[in-house]
Design a protein. Structure first.
Length: 197
């Protein structure tokens, strides 16, 4: 059984963030932000973060091009808005998932984005949805440093949309898919991508 963690940095100082990663035995952090910069928390900009992590014995890998929520690929958009379903079918995204799985054989991996609640972030709604399997246990690191198993995040997601109760015509999987689709439609990026400075 392989374990995969996710974390949002917005609620942490850099010191607390590294302490929480160490608490959970994380040895490699995968940055899945499309643009690895923060106007509000510059200590989490790519170069600063990489230096802090390396000084703490944690590897840093940027996979925002492969696994980020923004894309300039028109075939992954519907009416100018990113379609998570289409993005998940793109070769670059699939290659990113393969790199995660390969990395999990050598490292204890955590995926990082900004949002503190995993159900409001593409690291859950896009990446975790598409990498989950019987062989991978996904644990989301919450704002208090505690863990929430992905299946419990999915239940919270379903409750958010009043879809936790099955009916005669829909299976649990159908209801879960509806919840994912609703959340993806709300959080998916719409607009032009600004080039890195």
């Amino acid at each position: 059984m392989d374990y995969l963690y996710t974390i949002g940095y917005s609620c942490f100082t850099i010191g607390n963030f590294i302490d929480v990663l160490k608490k959970h035995g994380i040895s490699a952090l995968v940055d899945v932000r499309s643009q690895p910069y923060s106007k509000y928390k510059p200590e989490f900009n790519k170069d600063n973060l990489k230096l802090e992590l390396n000084n703490s014995g944690i590897e840093y890998v940027f996979l925002g091009k492969e696994l980020g929520a923004q894309t300039d690929k028109p075939e992954c958009k519907i009416n100018g808005k990113v379609s998570y379903d289409r993005l998940a079918e793109h070769e670059a995204f699939k290659n990113g998932l393969c790199r995660i799985k390969k990395g999990m054989k050598k490292f204890q991996v955590a995926l990082m984005c900004a949002e503190k609640d995993p159900i409001t972030c593409h690291r859950t709604i896009l990446i975790s949805k598409n990498i989950k399997s019987e062989n991978i246990v996904i644990q989301h690191i919450l704002a208090d440093g505690n863990l929430e198993e992905h299946s419990l995040s999915e239940i919270r997601l379903m409750k958010l949309y009043g879809l936790e109760q099955q009916d005669l015509f829909s299976s649990f999987e159908d209801m879960l898919t509806k919840a994912y689709d609703k959340q993806a439609n709300i959080i998916a990026y719409a607009g032009e991508i600004v080039a890195e400075q």
